[in-house]
Design a binder for this molecule. Sequence first.
Ligand code: ARG
Length: 277
Amino acid sequence: MKSVPQTLFVISVIIAVVIAFSAGFYTKSSLGSPEDTLVVGTSTPFPPFEFKNEAGEVVGFDIDLAREVANALGLDLEIRDLSGPVIGFDALIPTLGSGGVDMIAAGMSINSERTEYVDFSIPYYDANQGILVRRDSLFSCPSSVCEAEHLEGVKIIIQIGTTSQSWVESNLPGIITDPNRRLATDEIIQVSDLDLIIKLLLEGEADVAILDEPAAEGFAKQDIANLRVAGRLITDEQYGLVVQKGDPQNLLPTINEVITELMRSGRYDELIAKWFQ
Ligand code: ARG
């Protein structure tokens, strides 16, 4: 039988390992990323920008873009995918802030709330919000352009920490009542995992999912038998790559050069064709 001190030692080692691993989501050094690696945070699934292919690898437009940036910096690329029911898209900015990743490539819209905490590259993609429904849904908007009034009495599901959530908060006031933003009400379900959003939508737990239109189209393409995009909310968003506030690693000049050169050379259109065919 083990002595009490020995058992205590084993327990404290286990606790230390658990803490080290959970901290690994937030700090780069604890996972031992070498200096010659650009660690890029993303959040799957968000097709076609980032999603897992059949082999389980994270691929997509954003990942190719991140690879171009890593190449230009002469660094290896490591993708850190923050996705799941607990740590999701909304953990990306805090993780960047604490140095857990060097850059975010996650279809992240440039906006003033975020620029208080992070710096963005020049824009690389334009998007609106989309309304994803079950294929047999009767939900519709005139000419596919939806307004707040069309969503009255409709049960909505959104991803936490996104501009979809901000749209709901500013356009359907009173709907989001939970301060932690994780409670479902009669009108809304808020979760951090887009896989779960699609599952709940298909199961009829919500009538519509509000998410970026290109990703809504991406999901509809993956499950054309059961999903369709019923309309859009005009939000005029632009995606940027994201670095720490003040750009302490001086990445932005190269990132912006890469985006400019991709667009100038026609390589950008090739990537669009590759991922959006
Ligand atoms: N563009 C939206 C935003 O910035 C949604 C992005 C979601 N991205 C993702 N990888 N899940 O809030």
